[in-house]
Design a protein around this ligand. Structure first.
Ligand code: GRF
Length: 218
């Protein structure tokens, strides 16, 4: 397996299809780093099994065992730091992180959100796009900052809404785009081509718009 030099920690809560995409990219030599650990807040997350089958270290920090969000985040942060990641990938990680956690890993923490941010932060993104009569939905990879889904975008890919689409059909058409988008965007951070600065996301001489640069897979 050809591996890059960067170290990734991936946090998830569920199925782990984006983790699968990172592992395929890594195996194909297309990821500029390697997934060192997969951490879940849910012991039953299917993504943990995907990691174990690939021989990757896993850890569980079960949020139900902590009295406060702060206490949970403190333990999670220590677990993450133990693996000395360059980039921390949130891939379906369904916990809101504290400002303390987010600031500790500022510039290293990225998330994928299934909408064209800054539109439709939060949950039920595809349904809300349909209800609003949008012509397209999509996904955005962004740096994480303290506000939920408010962090500045790196890349986003639009997916047309088709007649008769439901939230489920739309989500299933957006997902394969997520799988191409996310490792590609992570590479930009791993290689330092893109970084989070006070003025926003900087790519070369450019400060990117709020949602990031528009990107379409080949
Ligand atoms: C994806 O749709 C992602 O955009 C959202 O959560 C979902 C995670 O899916 N943040 P998976 O666990 O990677 O399959």
């Amino acid at each position: 397996m050809k591996e890059g030099s960067g170290r990734l920690a991936l946090l998830l809560s569920g199925r782990g299809s984006n983790l699968g995409a990172f592992l395929r990219a890594q195996q194909a030599g297309e990821l500029r780093g390697s997934v060192e650990v997969v951490i879940s807040n849910r012991p039953e997350a299917a993504g943990l099994r995907i990691a174990q089958d690939a021989g990757i270290a896993t850890a569980v920090v079960d949020h139900t065992l902590y009295e406060s969000r702060e206490a949970f985040d403190q333990v999670l942060a220590e677990k993450v730091a133990q693996f000395k990641p360059d980039v921390i990938v949130l891939a379906g990680f369904m916990r809101i992180l504290t400002t303390h956690f987010v600031n500790r890993f500022r510039g290293q923490l990225i998330n994928i959100h299934p909408s064209l941010l800054p539109k439709y932060r939060g949950l039920n993104t595809h349904q809300r796009a349909l209800d609003a009569g949008e012509h397209e939905s999509g996904a955005t990879v962004h740096f994480v900052t303290p506000g939920l889904d408010e962090g500045p975008g790196i890349l986003q890919t639009p997916v047309p809404i088709e007649q008769g689409d439901t939230a489920a059909t739309l989500a299933s058409r957006v997902l394969p785009f997520e799988h191409k988008l996310y490792p590609y965007a992570a590479n930009l951070v791993l290689t330092g081509q893109v970084s989070l600065k006070a003025q926003g996301v900087v790519w070369g001489d450019e400060i990117l718009p709020a949602g990031g640069r528009l990107w379409r897979p080949n």
